[in-house]
Design a protein around this ligand. Sequence first.
Ligand code: ATP
Length: 259
Amino acid sequence: MSAPLLRVANINKRFGGLQALSDVGMEIQQGQIYGLIGPNGAGKTTFFNVITGLYQADSGSFELGGQPYTPSAVHEVAQAGIARTFQNIRLFGDMTALENVMVGRHVRTRAGLWGAILRTPGVRREEAAIRERAMELLEYVKIAHYADFRARTLSYGDQRRLEIARALATDPKLLALDEPAAGMNATEKVGLRDLLDHIRSDGRTILLIEHDVKLVMGLCNRVTVLDYGKRIAEGTPAQVQSDPAVITAYLGTGQQGTP
Ligand SMILES: Nc1ncnc2c1ncn2[C@@H]1O[C@H](COP(=O)(O)OP(=O)(O)OP(=O)(O)O)[C@@H](O)[C@H]1O
């Protein structure tokens, strides 16, 4: 097997007296949808925050595309090739859907500050290319008809799609999605499932935190299960679903949706 797209090892993160992540590691192969699950407070979002530069790990090593990378700042992580969405949608509500995606695309642009202020022909050409690419992405996630609508006027499910389009605008190697199905109704979830499947079939790699166990089990190639900051299982959905430690972790919390 080729080198994994993302390899992280021995990540530790402590908040005061709480060890939120203990020696957590993960290897994600190119083209996979990789699930990260676990009961509330297991450390999933902390893990995301660490690999995307929002939190500094106390220790650990990181490799993306076979190259070491240091997730020390959010913009550096985006440049390195990881794009993420958030559990609580973070769009620019008063900007249009198209503008939101264009903002994401600016991570990959070359025009400097002076070029942007002086509106040189090069900048105008680049701006037109960004607009065109952003429109393509809205079509890709099937909300192009809302291009000129303010983001906050879109339905919840469509806002989640817009966040995915904005993340894709950075041309990421890895798309990290934090609970993309949260708050979606059953029809929206089916649509999301199809979209993620489509993104994978286009060769992209996805890391997915999700509470909807059915969605995770139906979609993911492999799954890591965290509990109290520790990795308690890793494998195919079928393997983790029948793992006694996983069953205990879920039953112990009294949460719905046992794996
Ligand atoms: N900034 C922070 N400061 C202090 N404690 C934190 C911080 N962020 C997370 N924690 C704690 O770390 C633990 C892991 O939280 P985290 O949000 O990563 O869990 P999670 O698996 O994403 O949970 P959920 O499924 O509820 O979103 C929790 O006990 C949480 O209270």
